[in-house]
Structure formats: C-alpha cells, structure tokens
Design a protein around this ligand. Structure first.
Ligand code: DOR
Ligand code: ZN
Length: 344
C-alpha cells in the first residue's frame, strides 16, 4: 500500500496552552485534525463557561485562514465547582468536564482534593449530557508512580462508574493492562483514549541508556506488558478505544532540566505516529475507526465528512521547532524517521 485515505480524524485530548503558544499549537493540530478536545489546565484553570468561551475565541483567532478547525471546550473541575457551573457550561457549548486529582500533573494544583464532595456535580454532568474526562492516577506519596493508574481504578473509578451508570466517562491516556481490562469490562458508557507515545514506547525508552526527558509524560510510560496490552486494544478494533494524542508542549529548557516537565509535543507528527504503529501491528485498516469514527460516535457528534490522505514516504521529525517567542521545543520523536506522511 502506498497511500491511505481516511475520514478526517479528530484529536480527543490535547493541550494548546495559551498566549504565544497558540500560534504554534493550533496550526500544528489543525494540519490534520478537524476537531480537538482542548484540555483546561491553564493557569488559572478554565473553571467556568465564560473562561472556556474566551479561551475558545483565542484559539479560533490563532487558527489558519480558511481553516474549519473546531476546538471543543472543556471545564476544569475544582473543589468549588457547583452543579450550576455545569448547567451554565452546557448552555454555552462546553461539551466535557475534566477531572484531575490534585497534584497529578502540569498545572493541577487547583484540582479536586476529595472526590466524595463531587457527587452532585457528577449528577449534573450526567443530567446535562456532558462527558466526564478523567486523568486516572492517585497522587498519594506512598503509592509508587507505576501503580498510580491501577490504584485510581480500584479506589475511585470503579465507584464513579458504578454510582453514575448514566455518566459517559473517558478514561484519558490509559497506560496499563489494568485500564484496558477495566474499560472492556465496563458498560458502553466507558471508553478510553490512547496516546502515540504509550503505543510506541515503554519505560525502557525513558530510562535505559540515560534519562530521556522528551519521552517523559504522565501517566508515565509503563513496562512492556502494558504497552502490549494497549497495542492489543487497538488491534482488537474495539470502538471503546480512540485517538487522543495528549500533545503537550513544554519549552526545551523546561524538559531538559533538573526537574523536567511532563508532556510530549506530538502535534506535528500525530497522525503519522499512529500510522507508524498501526502499520507495525499490521492493522492499518483499523486506523480510520480509531482516529476518525469511534471518538465522534462516543461523544455523540457527527463523524467528519471530508478525508485526509497519508502517503507512504519516509521523512524525519525535526530536531526542534521554534516558538513565536523564539524558544525551541523538541517535538516528540525528534530526529526519528516516520514512514507515512500527510499529503500536503
Ligand atoms: O504528560 C502530561 N502533560 N500529562 C498530562 O496529563 C498533562 C500534560 C501537560 O499539560 O503538560
Ligand atoms: Zn493531557
């Protein structure tokens, strides 16, 4: 096969940041995705409908001329979120609400410290027909970082899903066999996104031969049996698993640091990275469902009607990308060769 045409994909999980970053991140994503679920972990977080709508305007003004890119906005759950915030968010066009456990990742200090207070809010989310997007990791110091996702399932996610069966839940950027099994065993209201880095890499790629800060993200890469379980999930063609890059830019000096930030900036090669792994797994025919159909179906949105074409052609991911402020970012897979390229 030398070319592959699929329905235009959507990215169901990413980080655009704000200000100057938008001139870089929005064109990178709208290059191949028609819609994207935009994470709300700004400083301060996007915690109400008016902040979400203002943020949406800033994203749209950074979109390339003539682009029909559509940012899908989310709200950040805090200890102060009320059911009324959810009603207002729905009215303004917000489509999902993001749950970060406090301290879980970049800019999550404002997040929820006690999930039990959130029951009326979860009820409102279900009632309004919004989706709950979950960063599934506990943050207790005594829990090993490699066990945090499984512990979150056992301590929290199991209960949320049981107590709110009507609530649509996306378990974001899953990294473990336990998460795959949990999603498969749950009702049709539970699905998951999978990133390119968690399909392509395991924790050896983070730690063997020296620390590789550009492969550091959260949830952290796991051992290879977990990588294989994620690969099996996409090979199965189950509609419960769909594309979410978690593309998350951090300037080079913030990653190559004594206390490096978590996040892989994959937007410039996102669909090509997925094509690479789907080809390796010999399931290129399953790419379209994963990238372009299952997410829209789960969110209850129309599938896109236009198409993109990937060409079988080797190219190298650039070593660096320069931000509008002049600072470099090292993109995910920098300097590596990919076998598929989006037709320009
Ligand atoms: O690696 C990550 N980076 N994981 C997240 O959950 C957040 C993200 C970010 O915002 O940088
Ligand atoms: Zn994320």
């Amino acid at each position: 096969m030398t070319s592959l045409t699929i329905t235009t994909p959507d990215d169901w999980h990413l980080h655009f940041r704000d200000g100057d970053f938008l001139k870089e991140t929005v064109p990178a994503t709208s290059r191949c995705f028609r819609r994207a679920i935009v994470m709300p972990n700004l400083v301060p977080p996007v915690a109400n409908a008016s902040m979400a709508m203002e943020y949406k305007k800033r994203i749209l003004s950074a979109s390339p001329e003539g682009s029909d890119f559509e940012p899908l906005m989310t709200l950040y759950l805090t200890n102060d979120t009320t059911p009324q915030d959810i009603v207002d968010a729905k009215r303004e066009g917000v489509i999902a609400v993001k749950l970060y456990p406090a301290g879980a990742t970049t800019n999550s200090d404002a997040a929820v410290s006690d999930l039990s207070h959130l029951e009326p809010v979860f009820e409102a989310i279900a009632q309004e027909g919004l989706l709950l997007l979950v960063h599934g990791e506990v943050t207790d110091n005594e829990i090993d970082i490699f066990d945090r996702e499984k512990m979150f399932i056992d301590r929290h996610l199991q209960d949320i899903v049981e107590n709110f069966p009507e609530l649509k839940v996306v378990f974001e950027h899953i990294t473990t066999k336990d998460a795959v099994e949990f999603v498969l065993a749950s009702s049709a209201n539970v699905a998951a996104t999978i990133t390119p880095q968690h399909l392509l890499l395991n924790r050896n790629d983070l730690l063997v031969g020296g620390v590789q800060p550009h492969n550091y993200c959260l949830p952290v890469l796991k051992r290879n049996i977990h990588q294989l379980a994620l690969q099996d999930a996409v090979v199965s063609g189950s509609p419960k698993f769909f594309l979410g890059t978690d593309s998350a830019p951090h300037e080079k000096h913030r990653k190559e640091s004594a206390c490096g930030c978590a996040g892989c900036y994959s937007a410039w090669s996102a669909i090509e990275l997925y094509a690479q792994i789907f080809e390796q797994l010999d399931v290129l025919d399953k790419l379209e469902g994963f990238a372009s159909h299952f997410g829209a179906d789960f969110y209850g949105l129309e599938r896109n009607t236009d198409t993109i074409t990937l060409i079988k052609q080797e190219w190298q991911v650039p070593d660096e990308i320069i931000l509008p402020n002049g600072n470099p970012i090292v993109p995910f897979f920098a300097g590596k060769t990919l076998n598929w390229k989006l037709e320009s």
